[in-house]
Design a protein around this ligand. Structure first.
Ligand code: ATP
Ligand code: NCN
Length: 188
């Protein structure tokens, strides 16, 4: 599951857990982006990586990969999947996206090759419509999951405005945000 995770929140974790259960996955690898070229002004990748480590630590089936943050340049999923394929040549790969991310996939780099490297799972997300019609049916699935209307944007705005993010993000992530003074000085 790729994401900017700025910060990781319970919507991400529920999505990963639901997909793992539905597709009987051995593990879910969270891959924080290095340079998400469509998102300006993200927090340092090490902070986003460490929050992802903290958030996933209690689940033995959840892992975190550094492939995107250790690669220079803009982050493209085609590179993510090639790197993970190289590390795990025998794995059957699934790439998890929310409804909004899946809808933009036609604009992603080398989109036609993506289907060869992984099965894509689009999960439902409140406020976002999604359809998988027209995509390769054996390589793309749609999964309805419990609706959690949480976004990283909203979490950042809440911290900036002095509102709590308890129970929107895991406890360890609340503590990380506080200790490292993240999101206090947003301009918006
Ligand atoms: N509440 C949610 N339910 C389902 N999928 C989600 C949810 N939040 C995020 N996702 C999906 O998780 C992936 C990573 O999301 P990302 O890290 O960009 O979080 P975000 O909440 O969308 O962030 P931002 O608000 O900064 O755009 C994307 O595929 C996104 O669609
Ligand atoms: O490959 C691309 O061109 C591409 C364009 C936009 C997003 N992605 C990937 O989609 C995932 C979710 O991205 P985001 O920006 O919604 O956090 C993350 O793994 C990104 O690297 C990938």
């Amino acid at each position: 599951m790729g994401g900017t995770f700025d910060p990781i929140h319970n919507g991400h974790l529920v999505a990963a857990s639901e997909v793992a259960q539905h597709f009987d996955l051995d593990e879910v690898v969270f891959v924080p982006t290095g340079e998400p070229y469509l998102k300006p002004d993200v927090s340092p990748s090490e902070d986003r990586y460490l929050m992802t480590v903290v958030a996933t630590a209690s689940n033995p089936r959840f892992k975190v990969s550094r492939v995107d943050i250790d690669r220079d340049g803009p982050t493209y999923t085609i590179d993510t999947l090639r790197d993970i394929r190289e590390q795990q040549p025998d794995a059957d790969l699934f790439f998890i996206t929310g409804a909004d991310a899946f809808t933009s996939i036609v604009e992603w780099k080398d989109v036609d090759e993506l289907w060869e490297l992984a099965h894509f799972v689009a999960v439902t997300r409140p406020g976002h419509q999604v359809s998988i019609t027209g995509y390769p049916p054996d390589r793309v699935s749609l999964l309805e999951i419990p609706a959690l209307a949480i976004s990283s944007t909203d979490c950042r705005a809440r911290v900036s405005a002095g509102y709590p993010v308890w129970y929107l993000v895991p406890d360890g992530v609340v503590q990380y945000i506080s200790k490292h003074d993240l999101y206090r000085r947003l301009s918006a």
